[in-house]
Design a protein around this ligand. Structure first.
Ligand code: NDP
Ligand code: TDO
Length: 211
């Protein structure tokens, strides 16, 4: 419906999509042209949303992102902080690889992209872009970084050990992709934007909530 309205009025539509549109095979970063293959209903419906937007003919920016966090609301980092305060031992998956991405970074990117797209209609910047922070890690690497930084910021945590475990040790009703690496070359080259390493944004969020 939003896409139809945007097509009728000539408005731009910004849509946030996900790494979960892919099947997570392999070990290299996927670009926007890579074949999709969602493993879950969530990924499938996100992919269908993308397709409907493209088919509507509206001008759009589809931003595929991953592992989103913010200072407000719930997220994986906050779950880890809570569990690390309660328990001596955590077990965290180390074979799913991706990039934690801050909602603030996404907001900045979106603002810049919309400004450029609207100012230069002849360039036809409508399309799909991978939008994640730089670098990569596992959920285990992410959790370890959060605990280390929280301690640096003076938080007293009970946790002594963070055990790395494979996905198979963490049964979940919805399957998650193992490889969530997204190649952001297109976004950076098209809009001249820099994507900082994921640690920078996570550090900033922790300083905001703990500092
Ligand atoms: N979290 C992640 O790691 C990732 C998320 N995304 C995408 O980002 C988007 C946001 O995800 P996330 O922040 O995790 O989701 P949340 O569930 O945390 O937030 C969804 C927000 O949408 C609002 N909302 C839901 N339904 C409606 C509706 N019918 N009308 C108006 N508002 C509505 C909710 O309002 P209320 O609080 O009032 O219910 C809530 O504020 C989704 O499209 C998701 O697919 C993509 C990649 C990664
Ligand atoms: C709580 C916990 C989770 N985990 C694992 C399970 C899971 O694979 C991973 C992250 O858990 P979450 O439930 O936060 O993950 P999840 O909700 O699947 O996160 C995803 O959300 C959707 C919206 C997206 O689009 C994705 O990009 C991604 O961010 O951490 C552990 O290994 N140990 C733990 O103690």
């Amino acid at each position: 419906m939003l896409a139809r309205c945007a097509a009728e009025t000539g408005a731009w539509l910004v849509h946030y999509s996900t790494d979960y549109v892919f099947d997570g095979s392999g070990e290299t970063a996927r670009d926007e042209e890579a074949a999709t293959g969602p493993l879950s209903v969530y990924g499938q419906t996100k992919l269908e949303g993308e397709a409907l937007i493209r088919a509507s003919g509206c001008r759009h920016l589809i931003l595929r992102t991953s592992w989103v966090y913010a200072a407000r609301g719930g997220n994986f980092a906050k779950t880890m902080l809570r569990l690390a305060a309660e328990r001596e031992r955590l077990t965290v998956i180390d074979d799913q690889i991706g990039a934690p991405t801050g909602a603030d970074l996404l907001a900045d990117l979106t603002a810049q992209m919309v400004r450029t797209a609207v100012a230069q209609p002849d360039l036809d910047l409508s399309g799909t872009y991978h939008a994640v922070a730089g670098g990569q890690t596992s959920w285990h690497g992410y959790a370890s970084f959060v605990v280390e930084q929280a301690r640096r910021l003076g938080r007293d945590l009970k946790v002594q050990t963070i055990d790395p475990v494979p996905t198979t040790a963490f049964p979940a009703p919805a399957k998650r992709p193992l490889n969530s690496r997204l190649d952001t070359t297109k976004l950076q080259a098209t809009f001249g934007l820099y994507l900082p390493p994921w640690q920078q944004g996570v550090e900033r969020m922790l300083t905001e909530i703990l500092g």
